[in-house]
Design a protein around this ligand. Structure first.
Ligand code: GLU
Length: 260
């Protein structure tokens, strides 16, 4: 198991549903807590990377779109507006705790092509060296399907591998991976530890015949596979309790730990 001292670098991913209210507008209370907790972790001497979703959702609400557009150009326009709003708020909230943030927008090809991967890696390392907190999202505005990861769970795992993180924490709208559908079975229990991705685990996440296919869990299991391949522990935990990050860093897991 790990401890706060052994975690020198952590990637923290936050999903749209944790960042926003059901209206699509930013949940400022959560964002403020997020900025405070991540700043404090940085103050402990740990390198922190924030992988944030929310650009499309926040942009939609700002542009008065009530239904998620199906046409790519509208999604890209929404991302352009939302990303701006997100960074504005992060910049402001992190500054309250004397932290500097830097925006990194990437696509799959930035990580897949060796030369570009090296450049992105150099940028991360330089930001760490300068004491800044990289805030990452997919470059939804210019990306086309073929070069997009399409989901930030996978993106966060790829970023964790890229920066050689010691831990990935995924803050989600679910407490962890359950042994059965918690909406259907009142006795459903959180699986506290997963030591490898088997077909049974894939089935729980929404494979054949399962009712747990929230969509959200499938991409998290994929992220876990990337983490297993790179020997990086990963935790899925509820984003409504950001302060649990302190416990998680010290090895007291709330949620599901994916670790060999
Ligand atoms: N990059 C997308 C956004 O910022 C989010 C993708 C995801 O939620 O996984 O809107």
């Amino acid at each position: 198991m790990f401890s706060t001292e052994s975690i020198k670098r952590v990637v923290i991913k936050i999903g749209t549903s944790t960042l926003t209210h059901s209206t699509g507008r930013l949940d400022l209370r959560h964002l403020e807590t997020l900025a405070r907790v991540l700043s404090d972790i940085k103050n402990m001497g740990t390198d922190v990377v924030l992988v944030t979703s929310g650009a499309i959702g926040v942009g939609m609400s700002k542009l008065g779109m009530t239904v998620r557009p199906s046409e790519l150009r509208y999604k890209q326009a929404a991302a352009a507006v939302g990303q701006c709003e997100l960074m504005h708020i992060y910049d402001k909230f992190f500054l309250d705790y004397s932290q500097v943030v830097g925006q990194i927008l990437i696509t799959k090809s930035d990580i897949a092509l060796a030369e570009r991967r090296q450049k992105v890696e150099d940028t991360f390392e330089t930001l760490f060296e300068l004491g800044a907190i990289p805030v990452v999202n997919e470059n939804d505005t210019t990306g086309v399907d073929e070069i997009l990861f399409g989901d930030n769970d996978t993106l966060s795992a790829e970023v964790a591998a890229l920066v050689d993180a010691d831990l990935l924490i995924i803050f989600s709208d679910i407490d962890g991976l359950y042994d059965k559908d918690p909406r259907e079975y009142s006795d459903a229990k959180i699986i506290s530890r997963v030591s490898g991705i088997s077909d049974d685990i894939r089935a729980l996440a929404g494979g054949a015949g399962s009712k747990l296919g929230t969509g959200g869990m499938v991409t998290k299991i994929h992220a876990a596979e990337v983490c297993f391949a790179n020997d990086i522990p990963m935790v899925i935990t509820n984003g409504k309790r950001i302060e649990n990050a302190y416990d998680i860093l010290s090895g007291n897991i709330h949620g599901t730990l994916f670790m060999k």
